[in-house]
Design a protein around this ligand. Structure first.
Ligand SMILES: [Zn+2]
Length: 397
């Protein structure tokens, strides 16, 4: 079954980050920033086509990122949610397919072991709970829910305001179920994943840093809402609790990560969502032309090494020159490479796991080495080589 929006996945060393979208589309720029008239937005030509429509409306998204790292499954931000009374018409009593899409992407809600909200605004806590028989129950029954301590202290002490409903139906039930952990803003979740304090938008706001095998990615949270803020870092979102602190955080973030090999994933950035910050004059811009390794390798590419080795093997065997003796060995390495590549393929693993939830990574690797290495090796060794030998001899006579 297809998901409502395409699912995107990035590899960061041995960790993966998967984007599951709840809502994506255009809206007037002035919804977010007082300065963002169509005229001013259209001055930044690089925003098109991904982040700006030809008539100057901003393109944005509400999505969750799922990080897989060190055996953990971490959902970062839980969007708007279903069945919730909200002031915003588009968010009121939604009936979206987010949970089905999440499962389709490989993450049935039982599989999630950690939920992290970058902050406690209404569009980041929605799916922490779901309505069951008229009650709000935690959506992810096997997860610990992480909230920055300062964030909860701020909101729990502030009785009124548009986010009060969200606190009551989406945060308190999780705390009541004793599933919440209040953490420091630099908390480490796995050896590869930790929080970065980025206060301003809200007092306890955090971003998420992923570092693995020399590669690095950062999930922004709402320190930026739209890529235009790379070029206009002084534009404050209407929803910033402390606009000056948010400006300072944003400026420092842009300066620190510009022209670095850091994959930046915007929490409200429309497709393609990920990019790098590039210095541009006095400010910056967001460059989505990523190096190939940041994208997921197409499945077909996995066939290439073994195909090349197979061709070389046949040529080598029919050539019969002495140094060609190395070819069968290369062929074997090629098949092993293919077997391991298939075994490492997350997509393939997730596909099988959807039917057999208890299927482990180890079983996956073993099956693939057996299927794509040992079995073809045996068949090739026992039948292929003698047959080729026979055929070549026949040709020569
Ligand atoms: Zn937000």
């Amino acid at each position: 079954m297809a998901t409502t929006y395409p699912v995107t996945r990035w590899k960061v060393g041995s960790a993966t980050i998967t984007r599951v979208v709840e809502i994506e589309g255009p809206s007037p720029g002035t919804f977010l920033f007082a300065e963002a008239t169509p005229e001013r937005l259209l001055q930044h030509a690089w925003l098109q086509p991904h982040f700006l429509t030809p008539d100057g409306r901003t393109l944005g998204a509400i999505h969750a990122f799922v990080i897989e790292s060190a055996g953990r499954v971490i959902v970062v931000d839980t969007c708007v949610g279903n069945d919730k009374p909200r002031e915003m018409k588009a968010w009121h009593m939604r009936q979206g397919r987010f949970l089905e899409d999440l499962a389709e992407a490989g993450y049935p809600r039982e599989r999630v072991d950690t939920v992290l909200c970058t902050h406690l605004h209404v569009d980041h806590v929605g799916w922490t709970t779901m309505r069951v028989d008229g009650r709000w129950l935690p959506t992810f029954p096997n997860a610990r829910y992480l909230f920055a301590r300062a964030e909860w202290e701020h909101w729990s002490g502030e009785p009124e305001g548009p986010d009060r409903d969200a606190r009551n139906d989406s945060v308190r039930p999780v705390i009541d179920a004793a599933l919440a952990d209040f953490v420091e803003p630099d908390h480490r979740i796995t050896p590869e994943v930790r929080l970065l304090p980025t206060p301003g938008h809200t007092p306890g706001h955090v971003s998420v840093h992923v570092a693995s095998a020399g590669e690095e990615a950062i999930i922004t949270g709402d320190l930026m809402h739209h890529p235009v803020q790379c070029a206009e870092p002084a534009w404050a979102s209407r929803f910033d609790v402390d606009p000056d602190a948010a400006r300072a955080t944003r400026h420092a973030f842009l300066a620190q990560h510009a022209d670095q090999p850091v994959l930046v994933l915007g929490t409200h950035f429309a497709t393609p969502t990920a990019g790098r910050i590039v210095k541009s004059g006095e400010a910056w811009r967001f460059d989505t032309s990523l190096p190939a390794r940041a994208r997921e390798a197409p499945e077909l590419m996995l066939f290439l090494p073994s195909f090349i080795m197979a061709v070389l093997g046949v040529i080598g065997y029919s050539g019969r020159a002495s140094w060609w003796g190395i070819i069968p060995a290369l062929l074997a390495i090629g098949f092993l490479g293919f077997a391991l590549a298939m075994a490492a393929s997350r997509k393939d693993y997730d596909n099988v796991r959807r039917q057999y939830p208890k299927y482990t990574r180890r079983e996956h690797v073993l099956t693939h080495v057996l299927l794509y290495f040992l079995l073809p090796g045996l068949v090739w060794g026992f039948f292929g080589l003698p047959w080729l030998d026979h055929w070549i001899n026949w040709l020569r006579h």
